[in-house]
Design a binder for this molecule. Structure first.
Ligand SMILES: NC(=O)c1ccc[n+]([C@@H]2O[C@H](COP(=O)([O-])OP(=O)(O)OC[C@H]3O[C@@H](n4cnc5c(N)ncnc54)[C@H](O)[C@@H]3O)[C@@H](O)[C@H]2O)c1
Length: 365
C-alpha cells in the first residue's frame, strides 16, 4: 500500500489533540511513523486524544502555533519528513465572538509553520489543512473547484482563505525551485463527522452529548446541506497528497479539494434522521430562525482535481459514514471501560479494507 511510505518517517502533526489531528495521529502511528504533535491544549472534555490514551504513543508538545520561536525550535529539533498543519480555531460561531484570535491562530499560525520551514531548510513535505469555507460561497448548486474565488463572510472562513494566500506566497517566493527542500500544498475538506469529536457548536457532537443524557437537541439550520464525510476520508486525502507531493514538485503550492461524491450532499435533518436510526429514543427539534449568525445554506466541492492529479477519491457511502460515526459514539457511551484506542484502530482497519476492496489507489498500489 502507498501509505507504507510513512513507515519509519518523522511526522509533525499540529492540532494533534483535536478531532481530526487525533485520528490522523492514530493512523500515522499505525503506519509506523514516529509522530511529534504540537497543540496548545486538549480542546474538549472528553477528548479522543485523552480517551485513547495517546500522549504516551508520540512526542506530545503543548505550545502555541502563534509563537514563531517555539515553532522554529520544534521544527529544527524534530526535523520532520512531513508536516500536517491542522492546528486552528476551527469554529465559525466562535470566530464571530473572537475574530482576532481566529485570524491570529489561523493566519499567523500558518505563516509561522511556513516561516519555520523556510528557515530550517530541512527537506520536508507539508500539507496545510484549510476548509471548503475558504471559497467565496455564492450558494451555487455545483461544486467549487480549486480555481474558484476565495472569500468568506465570517471571520473563520476569511482566515482560512487568508491562510491559503500565505501558502501560495511562500510556495511561489521560497519553495518553487525544482530542488527546493520544502514542498507545500493545501487540503480543503468539507464537513467532517466521526467518533471522538466533542467540539462545541457542531451538529454531531451536540447531538451525541444530548442523546447520551436522554435529552432532545435544538437544531438551528436543519435545511442547510453540507458535504458530510467521515473523518478518515479527508485524512486519506491529506496522506495521499503528502506522498504525491513528495514525489512530484509540480504539485508544489497547489490546493486540493477532498469531499464526498456530488450526490452525497444531505441536509442536516437527513443526517440527524439517519443517525437517529442507530440511536434508539433520540429526538431533535427544529428551531430555525433563532440564530443571528450567518451560515451558508449550500456548499459543495468538486473533487475531480484530486482524482486526476493524485488518484484520490472517497471510499465510503453515506450509510457507512453514519454507521461508523454512530457505532463509535454508542460504543463509547454504552461501555465505560471500552478500549478507545482499539475502537479507533478497528475503524481505521475496516476503512483500509473498504479502500482495498474498492481499489483506492493508496490502498492497492
Ligand atoms: N472538523 C471539520 O468539520 C473541519 C472541516 C474543514 C476543515 N477543518 C479544519 O481541520 C483542522 C482540524 O479541525 P478539528 O475539527 O480537528 O478541530 P479541533 O478543534 O478538534 O482541533 C483543533 C486543534 O488545534 C489546536 N489549536 C488551536 N489553537 C492553537 C494554537 N494557537 N496553537 C496550537 N494549537 C492550537 C487545538 O489544541 C486542537 O488540537 C482545522 O484546521 C480546521 O479548520 C475541520
Amino acid at each position: 500500500m502507498k501509505f507504507n511510505q510513512f513507515d519509519g518517517k518523522k511526522v509533525l502533526v499540529t492540532g494533534h489533540t483535536g478531532f481530526k489531528g487525533s485520528w490522523l495521529t492514530a493512523w500515522l502511528l499505525r503506519l509506523g511513523s514516529s509522530v511529534a504533535g504540537l497543540s496548545d491544549r486538549i480542546p474538549t472534555s472528553p477528548a479522543h486524544f485523552n480517551e485513547a490514551r495517546m500522549s504516551g504513543r508520540l512526542t506530545h508538545h503543548i505550545g502555541d502555533v502563534r509563537d514563531l520561536g517555539l515553532v522554529s525550535r520544534l521544527i529544527k529539533e524534530t526535523q520532520p519528513d512531513f508536516v500536517f498543519h491542522l492546528a486552528a480555531q476551527p469554529l465559525v460561531r466562535r470566530s464571530y465572538l473572537d475574530p482576532h484570535l481566529t485570524i491570529e491562530t489561523n493566519v499567523m499560525g500558518t505563516a509561522n509553520i511556513l516561516e519555520a520551514l523556510r528557515l530550517a531548510q530541512h527537506p520536508c513535505t507539508a500539507v496545510i489543512v484549510t476548509s471548503d469555507k475558504s471559497y467565496d460561497n455564492v450558494e451555487q448548486v455545483w461544486g467549487y473547484r480549486e480555481n474558484d474565488a476565495l472569500g468568506g463572510k465570517d471571520p473563520y472562513s476569511a482566515s482560512k482563505g487568508a491562510a491559503e494566500l500565505i501558502v501560495k506566497t511562500y510556495a511561489h517566493s521560497y519553495f518553487s525551485a525544482a530542488d527546493s527542500p520544502v514542498k507545500v500544498a493545501v487540503g480543503r475538506a468539507g464537513n467532517v463527522i466521526g467518533g471522538g469529536d466533542w467540539a462545541d457548536d457542531r451538529i454531531v457532537p451536540d447531538c451525541v452529548r444530548a442523546w447520551s443524557r436522554g435529552e432532545s437537541v435544538e437544531i438551528r439550520y436543519p435545511r442547510a446541506t453540507r458535504p458530510w464525510q467521515h473523518v478518515l476520508e479527508p485524512l486519506s486525502g491529506y496522506l495521499m497528497l503528502a506522498i504525491s507531493l513528495a514525489n512530484d514538485p509540480n504539485l508544489n503550492g497547489e490546493p486540493f479539494n477532498f469531499g464526498p461524491p456530488a450526490h452525497q450532499n444531505f441536509a442536516v435533518a437527513e443526517l440527524l434522521d439517519s443517525i437517529k436510526e442507530h440511536w434508539p429514543g433520540a429526538t431533535w427539534k427544529d428551531v430555525s430562525g433563532t440564530s443571528s449568525f450567518h451560515e451558508a445554506g449550500l456548499l459543495k466541492l468538486c473533487c475531480d482535481k484530486a482524482l486526476h492529479k493524485i488518484g484520490w477519491r472517497p471510499v465510503m457511502d453515506f450509510a457507512e459514514t453514519i454507521r461508523f460515526t454512530s457505532s463509535w459514539y454508542r460504543s463509547f457511551y454504552e461501555s465505560p471501560d471500552i478500549d478507545v484506542w482499539g475502537l479507533t484502530q478497528h475503524q481505521i482497519a475496516e476503512y483500509e479494507l473498504f479502500a482495498r476492496e474498492r481499489c483506492a489507489i493508496w490502498a492497492t498500489a
